[in-house]
Ligand binder design. Sequence first.
Ligand code: ATP
Length: 348
Amino acid sequence: MSEILLQISELTKSFDDTGPVVNKVGFKVYKNEIFALLGPSGCGKTTSLRLIAGFEQCDVGSIYINGELVEAPQKRLSPQKRQIGFVFQDYALFPHMTALENVAFGLRDVEKKKRPVLAEAVLCRTGMEKYKHRMPDELSGGQQQRVALARAIAPKPRLVLMDEPFSGLDAMLRDTTRKEVRAILKKAGMSAILVTHDQEEALSFADRIAVMNNGQIEQVGTPEEVYYNPKTQFVAQFLGRTNLFRVHADGSTDVETRFGSVKLNKKASGLVLCSIRPEHLTIERSNSDSEESGIITGREFRGHDITYHVLFRGDKYIVHTDNRVLFDVDESVTVKPLEAAVVLEQKS
Ligand code: ATP
């Protein structure tokens, strides 16, 4: 296991008497790791990032960087001394400085005459050297974001914090810039924390993700873990479309549902809340007399796949099939699970 770079425990922050907006948050970030804080608007992601950067003061808890205590109610290191780089949503480049001057500006600890040389080397690493004399308003959004990244990594920070850095870019540019930024960070061996409310972005950009809701972390794991093995209903629903259903379990991993037998990912008993992703179900034509058949009530063509809505005696399910599997609305079908359903809650 890699070395721990950042260790956060019990981090809590309130702004007023409406209760904490960051509530006992704890997680670790390893060296060379890209970590994402993912959650809906207002769940406390930016406040967590600002506490790490030192722009806000915590009420309770602690933050260690490289084993050094940088934030606690009784002890604080100023933001300048934390050696953290910050990339903002709006890039925040100085409009009156060229790309090169923007990057050189952050190199305050370097001898003045060496700054442009170093800044150029970092611009080179982000593929922006040919734009070094351009002003920010002469650069596209993606290019500005790469200059902003160059400025953040030029002073060799211990950690780069990125607050929704891709949200100002259109869909295509967002995708390519994301890939480039990830490659640059990995090549530079930098650790970073990305704040985003976009699950697809977190899943494709980060090595591990902390899913936040209402000031608290619900689950930390790799993209595959949080997507395929959500621990809570919130995580299951926030990470993408899913089917939730309740069944009675007898202590084994086999249960009977409206659409037939289903395996669970672990033994369960009592009333169990389960989740199964639409791509983990498949549909087959059936005759309408079958006990286990349902009716297709809707179809969404999504290019690479098709989403079907299937109704089973009052319960609706969604199923993703590849785009060659064609059914009509009102057809009778059976649904078969391809994977085990994930147990989210059990009540005996
Ligand atoms: P978004 O994705 O919309 O930026 P977020 O998850 O980053 O949301 P935060 O910006 O951390 O959420 O805000 C969490 C809560 O704290 C919100 O209810 C917000 O209104 C409140 N909040 C943030 N900063 C302050 C402040 N300086 N004073 C008072 N309340 C604040």
